[in-house]
Design a protein around this ligand. Structure first.
Ligand code: AMP
Length: 173
């Protein structure tokens, strides 16, 4: 099944020059949703994961489904001001701007084996910030899993120290 057929390109969203990969068209299709989850799971089913750390908001969708499948816990990384308890934060450069992310300090225990998940790898800045926070809290990153990778932005080069898995690649815009 070609999952690319279910992903919709939205030109100039949220800013001029960005071609936004809209996954709502994949999520609403029950067959494509199941297939995407199966393909994602097959990349990491051999890993012994304690926590799936997923990035707000689109990372939460498959992140929580995967956590359940992997018998792991689920940890949300959120945008500033959303998490209620003690937290740390990290700033990062996005394909379209600068932002920061937060995680609860008690979300990761020292030595926890962590799988990080987000919907899409572009420049890699977002997930790099998440790696920093997970390692600050003593987590061991055993994999980073994406639904989509924009290969031409070379985000993978920022993640050389980790195993990176992706199921849908775009070699050019
Ligand atoms: P980056 O930090 O550049 O790797 O950007 C990755 C984050 O931004 C992910 O959370 C994506 O959801 C979002 N993102 C960046 N570029 C796009 C795009 N072209 N289409 C959809 N989401 C994107």
């Amino acid at each position: 099944m070609d999952l690319k057929k279910f992903i919709r390109d939205i030109p100039d969203f949220p800013k001029k020059g960005i071609i936004f990969k809209d996954i709502t068209t994949l999520l609403k299709d029950k067959i494509a949703l199941k297939e995407a989850l199966e393909q994602l799971f097959s990349k990491v089913s051999g890993l012994n994961v304690d926590k799936v750390v997923a990035i707000e908001a689109r990372g939460f969708i498959f992140g929580s489904l995967l956590a359940e499948r992997l018998n792991a816990g689920f940890v949300p990384v959120r945008k500033p001001g959303k998490l209620p308890a003690e937290k740390i934060s990290e700033s990062y450069q996005l394909e379209y701007g600068i932002d920061s992310l937060e995680i609860h300090t008690d979300a990761i225990k020292k030595g926890d084996k962590v799988l990080i998940h987000d919907d899409l790898l572009a420049t890699g800045g977002t997930v790099q910030a998440v790696c920093k926070m997970v390692e600050k809290l003593g987590g061991e990153i055993i994999g980073i899993l994406f639904l989509i990778e924009l290969d031409f932005l070379k985000g993978r080069e920022k993640l050389k120290n980790y195993p990176v898995y992706t199921i849908i690649h775009y070699e050019s815009e």
